[in-house]
Unconditional design. Structure first.
Length: 369
């Protein structure tokens, strides 16, 4: 019997609840439990841990609850300080401790702004209007998430140029267990930032291995895009945003799947790694006995060891890299050039296709295979 997953509320909703609690505190009313309506109309009830008077204004502490979503901010405290200002027209947002600041163009907020996304801002503005009956109230809202300084290291914020902490996010205020679509969409801003920085050829790395090797080859960090398993989705987004080309740089286990036409590379979606290696190795002359050994291998690294012992690894890896290019460009219906570089866990380059070499020549990268 399945159990329905619990929803929670975003950091943005925590901040909005804190603003409302601050107003109630000023009015001498109970503030311990806040009722909010999310931007999509969902009613939210959010407990408030504490409200205090400080030199900077009224500060409310709300503890984030993520429901059954595996959110890294679950259980952290969100502190929102409200200061009403007669000398201001509208709401000024400030980043407190642990909340990042935008430092690169390409995001939805200008450079220099606190990384408090548009959804939380809209929800807070609505709370201020609700509590005052006016839309032109002058106020300063400072959001602090002290744990955010360390948590940011586990996010894409450093890549996106958001410095000093995490982002205050939330499209509506409701945090539902993350869907695959939501995760995919969270990767796309990397492309926007790279394009805004002038990068025309992007380098897709499914994981940390590819990222480390990309930097060692002289590839700019600005061009490197983490894709996770969503190669096809990210290729389409890059083409939509006018990139001239993409280099796919990753471990054999990922690139072999792409060579087989698998563009969502999670092993529960499709896994034909060993079969693909066996087929290409057989086409290059691998013996029937060794083909069986490839099919019986535990990992692609073990399978490549069998192929290497037959003296065929270089040829097979080159063919697979070329096949990745063909498959990817066909997937995009020729909208964009794609190159491929295949590496092993040790960081050694195993296979490079012609388009990857052309990218390297044009961009000044160092490919040694």
């Amino acid at each position: 019997m399945s159990t329905e997953l619990r929803s929670g509320y975003t950091t943005g909703a925590c901040a909005a609840a804190g603003v409302k609690a601050a107003f109630l505190f000023l009015q001498g009313k109970p503030w311990q439990e806040i009722s909010l309506t999310a931007l999509d109309g969902t009613p939210l009830t959010i407990p408030v841990k504490a409200v205090t008077q400080t030199e900077d204004g009224i500060c409310a502490e709300v503890v984030k609850f993520s429901g059954d979503d595996p959110d890294i901010t679950n259980g952290v405290s969100v502190y929102t300080t409200l200061r009403l200002r007669d000398d201001a027209d509208g709401i000024v947002f400030r980043a407190g401790e642990g909340v990042g600041t935008v430092t690169k163009p390409g995001m939805s907020l200008p450079v220099g702004e606190p990384s408090i996304n548009q959804g939380p801002r809209a929800l807070i503005r609505r709370v201020v209007t609700e509590m005052t009956g006016r839309e032109d109230v002058g106020a300063e809202v400072t959001i602090a998430i002290p744990a955010g300084t360390e948590l940011a290291k586990k996010t894409l914020n450093p890549v996106l140029g958001i410095e000093g902490g995490i982002s205050v996010i939330g499209t509506t205020g409701v945090l539902r267990p993350m869907s695959e679509e939501a995760f995919k969409d969270s990767l796309v801003p990397q492309i926007d930032v790279a394009r805004a920085a002038g990068e025309e050829v992007l380098v897709f790395v499914p994981g940390k291995i590819g990222q480390r090797i990309a930097l060692s080859l002289g590839i700019s960090q600005k061009a490197v895009i983490e894709t996770s398993n969503f190669i096809g989705f990210m290729l389409e987004r890059a083409a939509e945003r006018g990139a001239k080309g993409v280099l796919i740089l990753g471990h054999t286990g990922k690139l072999v799947k792409i060579a087989a036409g698998i563009f969502h590379t999670h092993n529960r979606m499709a896994d034909a790694r060993l079969e693909t290696l066996a087929a290409y190795a057989a086409a290059e002359g691998l013996s029937q006995t060794d083909v069986r050994a490839v099919l019986a291998a535990n990992t692609t690294e073990d399978a490549l060891a069998v192929i290497a012992s037959a003296g065929l690894a270089e040829r097979v890896c080159a063919v697979i890299a070329a096949r990745v290019r063909i498959r990817a460009e066909r997937y995009l219906f020729g909208k964009m050039k794609v190159g491929a570089v295949m590496v092993n866990f040790a960081g050694e380059i195993l296979g490079v296709d012609e388009q990857a070499r052309a990218f390297a020549d044009a961009c000044g990268w160092r490919l040694n295979a």
